[in-house]
Design a protein around this ligand. Structure first.
Ligand SMILES: [Zn+2]
Length: 435
């Protein structure tokens, strides 16, 4: 209940109303809002964050959006080293976001309550365009470990929230032998909306198509994926089985500004939520390159010219949906990957990155799977923060996901190789042909 109050209390209603009103703003008006919000955020960062005050000490006109290119680009590594100087609020007055998204690097950011409410309002306004609101019949595929041993024994892979009409399905038990329980329960439940990890929804859809289950027509109104990149193959398969459209969104756990898909199937950069820069290797603006973001809902841990580790490709096209925010052709984000446990099935990137939950001092890790029953995890630690206790928590987080039978080897290393493309991969699965 506390979580609901944090998200939907305070300023939530005002923001929701504002975003509803602003849906069809002209491009020039969106730019005016963006300039104003940029000025406010940068001024706040200088006033309240020692990290930014030092960083901008010798720069003129820092609060002017036209001058954004003179501000240094920051990244996860810089944040990790200086995070206590970046924060503008204490842990008691903020909401801690503990995971590092799907990048495998751990980072703890603090949100103010108001920013959290603003973010939920913006996301809810996006979903509201497809008729969704709290209380509608929803199947949720979340990253939380929901089930007890008794639930699993009884083949009950979900928890029911009667109050909000939500059925939470476990994404920890997506295994061939269990999938028919999921499907039969979903068919009986007849959800209007599906929300959550697309990789889990995909496994259910694939199983359903293969085994000729017929999902009832005109039941699901929209599918909202979270946390992972959706490929067109994933989308086709899911839409085919559930007989509904999927509407994607981009937002990371560290609080990136939003990219939202509209009713026409186009991705819009929401300028009210931040500044999006697409830069080449020399930090010059380009059409297709690294995404560097400034996010207006990060007053607790300001993201200003933050290199988020994803790439996007911009589009010149206009959209006829009424939203005048510019379009993205493609989010060339995180690679779709997983590890496989004979006991628990496929474990997706979202759940893998959540193994960092409640840990400290894990700089980065990479999982190698070269055998069905073994995972080799390379891990770089910060020796000042990492302890034996944290190792235990990390292993337990893995056990929650892969089960008790797999061999898990931790190898402490100094370097983890990046790909030829320059991208770091969290998972290297070499046994996909065996699954
Ligand atoms: Zn549109």
């Amino acid at each position: 209940m506390l979580a609901y109050r944090k998200r939907y209390g305070g300023c939530y209603k005002n923001y929701l109303e504002l975003f509803k009103q602003n849906r069809n703003l002209l491009f020039v008006d969106l730019k005016i809002i963006q300039q104003k919000e940029f000025r406010k955020l940068v001024q706040h960062a200088i006033d309240k964050s020692l990290f930014y005050r030092k960083l901008y000490a010798n720069i003129q006109n820092v609060t002017d959006l036209n001058n954004i290119q003179s501000l240094p680009i920051v990244n996860k590594e810089m944040f990790r080293k200086n995070i206590n100087q970046v924060y503008t609020v204490g842990k008691k007055n903020g909401i801690l976001s503990k995971t590092g998204g799907t990048t495998g690097k751990s980072l703890e950011v603090l949100f103010t309550f108001e920013n959290m409410q603003e973010r939920f309002a913006m996301l809810d306004d996006f979903r509201l365009r497809f008729g969704y609101k709290l209380g509608r019949k929803t199947a949720w595929f979340s990253g939380k470990n929901l089930l007890t041993i008794k639930d699993v024994k009884k083949n009950r892979f979900w928890k029911i929230d009667h109050w909000y009409n939500v059925r939470y399905y476990s994404t920890f038990h997506i295994k061939e032998a269990y999938l028919h329980y999921y499907i039969e329960n979903l068919i009986k439940f007849e959800p209007e909306y599906l929300v959550g990890f697309p990789s889990s929804i995909l496994e259910i859809a694939k199983f359903g198509l293969k085994n000729k289950y017929a999902f009832p027509e005109n039941t699901v109104k929209a599918i909202f994926p979270t946390a992972e990149t959706v490929t067109s193959e994933m989308r086709n398969c899911i839409e085919l089985f559930f007989k509904s459209k999927m509407y994607d969104q981009y937002a990371s756990s560290e609080g990136a500004p939003f990219i939202l898909e509209c009713t026409k199937g186009n991705l819009h950069l929401e300028l009210q939520s931040g500044v999006f820069e697409v830069l080449d290797d020399n930090n010059a603006p380009c059409k297709k390159g690294r995404l560097v973001v400034t996010s207006f809902t990060t007053y607790g841990t300001p993201l200003i010219r933050y290199d988020i580790g994803d790439s996007i490709e911009l589009s010149d096209a206009n959209c006829t949906c009424g939203n005048n925010n510019p379009l993205v052709k493609k989010i060339l984000g995180r690679i779709d990957d997983y590890v496989y446990s004979p006991e628990a099935g496929k474990i997706n990137l979202g759940n893998i990155s959540n193994t960092l939950k409640d840990t400290k001092g894990i700089v980065i890790f990479q999982v190698h799977q070269n055998a069905l029953d073994t995972l080799d995890i390379e891990i770089i630690i910060d020796e000042q923060l990492f302890t034996k206790e944290i190792e235990k928590i990390f292993i337990k987080n893995w056990r929650d996901r892969v089960g008790i039978k797999m061999n898990i080897n931790l190898n402490y290393v100094k370097v983890i190789d990046i790909e030829k493309s320059g991208k770091y991969r969290m998972v290297k699965n070499n046994i996909k042909h065996l699954i």
